[in-house]
Design a protein around this ligand. Structure first.
Ligand code: DPP
Ligand code: ZN
Length: 870
């Protein structure tokens, strides 16, 4: 498969100032007429002879240049996924007519159908499946789009920008024309045609303009749009306040779509969302999903500036818009909710998902240097690590200079397609900082390891910090990075000691060298509170004593450091079980007093307490043991959970009952209480499942939340507690499926609850789920619910000793690859732990994946080759 390299970047040979599209939606096919004005790009010195346009799965009906019909062979040629016009003039108009079949588009790229509506997904390279075009983000064009369709089936016709014309046509058809005044790359193009319900509202911008807000969904989902609308309005106000960014069109629309490869898409003025990221109602949506809707609505809205007004020069710069926009949405969520809790959630996600990516065969820099399929680089590294890189710049500059730098960035590059270097240059210009070394964060893959050692003698505390980034595929040698390390030093009572003459309690050390030494004059040997706020995306090694961890957990004012201390205590206990043959019960004398102290303060911040009291996932534990033995990891984690459940049963019962709510409430405080209560119940259920508590008593209590649910968080949590722990569920699984058969997003949860039951038997159960009448291979959310959950969220089943999980995985990938290569490739990365597995398992997984490599799509092949080390 061809490789695209950053080093080969050339500006486009021709620009397309104006694009006029006419999209005629017919039963069985669609005709797209595209009129492009083309002119040579003065910035491209070498003046290539050939105009090359991208186009895939298009049936070309006619092509005219300045009104003259072109003939194949002489005037143009179709060269695989490209249309080549040799000797094209410097200025001209090109009109093409192509026929496409959205009905048969299961890849969900370009124009396709979902539940009877038409919609589009063009990022990254889907527009070339709609018409011939220079499909690259640095070609910005002004789009005018006319859509024709049957009026009764598709009363609603939407595209980017403002509506400028509409009318009736013969045969019960109608049309609408939309004009987007802002030049944009074609990946931001969108079109929707359907029969949808609408929730309308308005927003008055800071300068007093009224913006119409319209959220669309299938009619039965109209009552699930309020939370998204509320989130949108808060996001619009926040972006004005915090980043000085005002919305620029008269209308902003969001359409909810069932069949969608990503979470959502920031098309100019017409965002298209996976239903899972926009629909929310307490009866059908968990608290976690409510939070996700809030953050994704904000994320896509924020892209209007960080992505749309200022876009990417090429796809290697993807993190320019994604890392920055994730940073923006994280800050928004922090301001809307508890900042400490949001930070820990974000760090947890990064450390337990992005770090493994960065330490395995899929490792790549935030700004990759080469790719086969850009779709495979919509990764946690580009998004989440990219956000941390922006966060470090925020930390290095301080909030005021950072804001000045982003103002400069938006002003200077408005309407342009730029690079990560351009972004950093604004940071440098405003602050006067030299960020040349810092920029290695963009180009160097891998998780840096910081090893901290210390020594206290004669009133002097010396800290030595060494940085080392382990090799990643294709990058054997790493250079030292510029790393901000925020730290405090705590006394025996957990109070911060003064770090200097001014009595500062916290400082940020900027590391530049491989090894750096710091020194502090202190009256006693301190407990170091390191990497406060998770000030850099690094893996910290310091030989904390258990006493120090207990001090940090009990007293540190930094939410990340408290959580990190708890995690270290759990990982240490689990390591003693996994590696040293200790029992779960052996851990209790050390752990329970610590947990009891957290529980005693739980009412200060129940959500934070839940984060502190929850054990790490089996994947997180497994990633800290080599070779990976998923069954012993599972036994250790589930054994420890049950032991803690039993030992602290009185506390869990008290929390569960004290935190019962009289009536449903959806505010953050209520969500926090629900979260802690569900954790307490999960501990009880785990203990009951292993026979350590009265199973009937626990099951009866758990079932009450299911039988009289006040919200989906409790109903689904109860169902999971019963099913995962083998407690009597008395037909409740079946009842749930019957109750929610018409709610696809709830059914996704029903599938996921079953696919995540621990243990090898779940593979057979998953086979049954794949054969269930409600399972659809063409519906990405459903595929993720079963296959994704099994592979990524259920290691003791996926890694079944008999290899049955791998067989299911390989068959699913092969099947999906014929339907939707992007989804197949995304799921395939679930095999990335191959080389870490104990040999018997690695052999089986390797064989299963090698088996499906022949004939794999370019998307899937790129991922398989990386995993297999080909
Ligand atoms: N829709 C994806 C996102 O917003 C890609 N741009 O992150
Ligand atoms: Zn994004």
């Amino acid at each position: 498969n061809p490789v695209t390299r950053l080093a080969d970047y050339q500006p486009p040979a021709w620009l397309v100032p104006d694009t006029t599209l006419d999209v005629d939606l017919r039963d069985g096919h669609t005709l797209v007429t595209a009129r492009l004005t083309l002119r040579r790009n003065p910035e491209r010195a070498d003046k290539p002879e050939d105009l090359v346009l991208d186009g895939e799965h298009l049936e070309l009906r006619s092509l005219t240049l300045d009104g003259r019909e072109l003939n194949p062979g002489d005037d143009y040629r179709l060269d695989g996924p490209r249309l080549v016009i040799p000797g094209a003039p410097d200025h001209f108009t090109l009109t093409s007519v192509v026929r496409i079949e959205p009905e048969n588009n299961t890849a969900l790229e370009g124009l396709y159908r979902s539940n009877g509506m038409y919609c589009t997904q063009c990022e990254a390279e889907g527009f070339r499946r709609i018409t011939f075009f220079p499909d690259r983000p640095d070609v910005l064009s002004r789009f005018t789009t006319t859509i024709h369709a049957d009026k009764s089936a598709y009363p609603l016709l939407l595209s980017n920008g403002n509506p400028v014309d509409a009318g009736e046509e013969q045969g019960g058809r109608h049309y609408a024309t939309w004009e987007d005044p802002f030049p944009k790359p074609c990946y931001l193009f969108a079109l929707v045609a359907g029969d949808l319900a609408c929730l309308s509202d308005t927003f008055i911008t800071a300068s007093g303009r009224e913006v119409a807000l319209r959220l669309y969904a299938e009619h039965r989902d109209l009552d699930k749009l309020d939370h998204a609308m509320d989130s949108l309005k808060r996001a619009m106000a926040w972006d004005e306040r915090v980043f000085g960014r005002e919305y620029d069109l008269d209308i902003f629309q969001i359409v909810a779509v069932s069949h969608f490869n990503m979470g959502a898409m920031e098309n100019k003025g017409l965002n298209i969302f996976n239903t899972s990221c926009v629909l929310a109602h307490p009866d059908t949506t968990t608290d976690a999903a409510f939070e996700r809707v809030e953050s994704v609505v904000a994320h896509e809205y924020f892209h209007n500036w960080s992505g749309n007004r200022v876009t990417c020069r090429d796809w290697f710069q993807l993190s320019l818009k994604e890392g920055f926009t994730v940073f923006r949405d994280q800050e928004f969520s922090s301001d809307m909710n508890s900042r400490a809790v949001v930070r820990v959630e974000n760090v947890d996600f990064l450390v337990n998902h992005q770090f493994p990516e960065d330490q395995g065969p899929m490792a790549h820099p935030v700004r990759p240097a080469a790719y086969q399929k850009i779709d495979n680089f919509y990764t946690l590294t580009v998004y989440e690590k990219g956000a941390e890189i922006v966060r470090m710049q925020h930390e290095l500059l301080g909030a005021d200079d950072f804001r000045r730098a982003t103002d400069l960035y938006f002003e200077r590059f408005d309407g342009q397609a730029v690079t990560c270097d351009d972004f950093v240059a604004c940071m440098e210009e405003v602050s006067g900082l030299d960020l040349a070394q810092f920029k290695r964060w963009y180009s160097q893959a891998g998780t840096p390891v910081l090893t901290v050692t210390d020594d206290y003698r004669d009133g002097e505390y010396r800290l030595t910090i060494e940085q080392h980034t382990p090799a990643t595929p294709g990058e054997p040698d790493k250079q030292p990075l510029m790393i901000p390390v925020k730290l405090a030093l705590l006394d025996g009572q957990g109070r911060p000691l003064p770090l200097d003459d001014q009595g500062r309690a916290e400082t940020v050390v900027i590391l530049r060298e491989t090894r750096e030494a710091l020194s502090f004059q202190l009256p006693e040997r301190p407990t170091p509170s390191l990497l406060r706020g998770f000030s850099a995306p690094v893996s910290l090694r310091y030989d904390f004593s258990e006493e120090q961890l207990v001090t940090l957990l009990a007293h540190d004012t930094d939410g990340f450091c408290r959580w990190d201390a708890a995690q270290r205590l759990y990982f240490a206990a689990l390591a003693r079980i996994i590696d040293d043959g200790e029992s779960a019960a052996d851990q209790l004398p050390r752990l329970t007093p610590v947990l009891e102290r957290v529980i005693a303060r739980a009412d200060e911040d129940p959500a934070q307490a839940a984060l502190l009291l929850g054990l790490p996932t089996e994947n997180a534990v497994g990633d800290r043991h080599t070779p990976l033995r998923p069954q012993s990891v599972h036994q250790a984690v589930s054994g420890l959970r049950a032991a803690i459940g039993e030992a602290l049963a009185e506390h869990w019962w008290r929390l569960a009952k004290d935190l019962e709510a009289d009536a449903y409430q959806g505010d953050g405080a209520a969500m926090g209480r629900r979260r802690l209560r569900r954790l307490a119940i999960a501990y009880l259920a785990a203990a009951a499942g292993q026979g350590a508590l009265d199973a009937d008593q626990v099951a009866d209590y758990v079932a009450r939340d299911f039988d009289q649910p006040d919200c989906m968080t409790n109903a689904l949590g109860a169902l999971r507690d019963l099913v995962h722990n083998g407690l009597a569920q008395n037909g409740r699984l079946e009842a749930f499926a019957e109750r929610w058969a018409d709610e696809p997003l709830v059914m996704d949860q029903w599938f996921a609850v079953q696919a995540s039951v621990p243990g090898p038997d779940t593979v057979a159960r998953a086979e049954g789920l794949l054969a269930h009448p409600a399972f659809e291979w063409t519906l990405p959310n459903r595929v993720r619910a079963v296959v994704g959950t099994l592979v990524n969220g259920n290691p003791s089943a996926f890694h079944a000793p008999d290899g049955s999980g791998y067989a299911l995985f390989a068959r699913a990938l092969k099947k999906l690859d014929g339907i939707n290569p992007q989804i197949a490739a995304r799921l395939a990365s679930g095999g990335a732990r191959l080389k870490r597995l104990e040999p018997a398992l690695a052999d089986q997984l390797g064989a299963a994946l090698r088996d499906i490599r022949p004939g794999a799509s370019a998307n899937l092949a790129e991922v398989l080759d990386r995993i297999l080390g080909a």
